[in-house]
Design a protein around this ligand. Structure first.
Ligand SMILES: Nc1ncnc2c1ncn2[C@@H]1O[C@H](COP(=O)(O)OP(=O)(O)O)[C@@H](O)[C@H]1O
Ligand SMILES: [Mg+2]
Length: 308
């Protein structure tokens, strides 16, 4: 994939602290070195509770969740069906509000915002990717991608240019004029990723993005997420599949509406698979990243085993 001029600007976050203060040992250099130095908190969730009421029946779908995710992190939220992943995604994505507790997104208190304010912050800060792609079937790829820019009232010529660049970035520069029905599932999801990127949001929030894809397309989409992470994007990926989750740099396990300690074998530092090569350790950036995590809520502890 060729990174043509301008696309780095589209994807890289300018305030990402990308340069290590001290060079690491060349022999230990890891392509992700500089990205382990994460920035300011993007997500700060404190004592988060969500109660759904259906008639007289109440169901507590989130039961006191603490979670911090920093700029530049690639985090998977994993858990079985019904554990509260989509509920959490709706909260993180400002699509729903907490029953109690607090949510700060990119430094904004989200708790007291009204619908219009939520929509505005959502459009500015978050790029969504859904399992079902959620593309408009009657619109060509580039027209789907420009939609968030229309809501943001970006002028037409600029929208088209940015939509094209985003599609080029996801490897679909030759498919600008195709409608979703003329594209494979993997290509449709890449259009959706381009749509998520085009507004240069603070974070990409993906709910089961590979749930409808075959293994080849799943590989394509996850490779794209790897690249975005390397370019400094903040990615939160929600999945029930360990093979998908382990591509992230940290896994947060959810069960019955609570953040859980890692299941046996996935403890801090433990590889997720026997065959995993050992991760380069002991360079300065890794140490800093661990330090940065140390004062994060227990819920946000990194699982170092979650390395691709
Ligand atoms: N709108 C709703 N009303 C009532 N219960 C809900 C609602 N949405 C989700 N739930 C319940 O909350 C729990 C968590 O659901 P969800 O967040 O969708 O889990 P997951 O995405 O992990 O499968 C489930 O028991 C589900 O039945
Ligand atoms: Mg779900």
């Amino acid at each position: 994939m060729v990174d043509t001029q301008g696309t780095a600007g589209l994807l890289a976050q300018s305030n990402q602290p990308n340069q290590p203060d001290q060079p690491s040992q060349p022999s230990q250099r890891n392509p992700h070195d500089t990205l382990e130095r994460y920035g300011e908190p993007v997500i700060e969730l404190t004592a988060a509770r969500k109660v759904y009421s259906t008639g007289s029946i109440e169901f507590e779908a989130l039961r006191g969740v603490d979670l911090e995710i920093r700029q530049g992190e690639y985090v998977a939220i994993m858990g079985p069906s019904g554990s509260g992943k989509s509920t959490l995604m709706n909260i993180l994505g400002c699509l729903d509000v907490l029953t109690s507790g607090h949510y700060r997104l990119a430094g904004h208190d989200v708790d007291d915002l009204d619908e219009a304010e939520l929509a505005e912050i959502r459009n500015k800060e978050i790029g969504f990717v859904f399992q079902q792609f959620n593309l408009l079937p009657s619109l060509e790829a580039w027209r789907n991608v420009e939609l968030p820019l229309m809501y943001a009232r970006v002028p037409g010529h600029e929208r088209r240019e940015r939509a094209e660049r985003a599609l080029e970035r996801v490897g679909l520069g030759s498919r600008l004029g195709n409608k979703p029905g003329e594209l494979s599932g993997g290509q449709q999801q890449r259009v959706a990723v381009a749509r998520a990127l085009v507004g240069e949001p603070t974070m990409i929030l993906a709910d089961e993005p590979t749930g409808n894809l075959d293994s080849v397309s799943t590989g394509d989409v996850l490779a794209l997420f790897d690249e975005l992470h390397e370019l400094g994007r903040t990615i939160v990926l929600i999945t029930h599949e360990l093979e998908v989750a382990r591509r992230a740099r940290r896994i947060v396990f959810v069960r019955d509406g609570e953040i859980q300690d890692a299941p046996p074998g996935h403890e801090e530092g433990a590889p997720l698979r026997e065959a995993d090569p050992p991760r380069p350790q002991a360079d300065a950036s890794e140490a800093d990243a661990s330090e940065a995590e140390a004062d994060a809520p227990a819920a946000g502890r990194r699982q170092n085993g979650a390395v691709a």
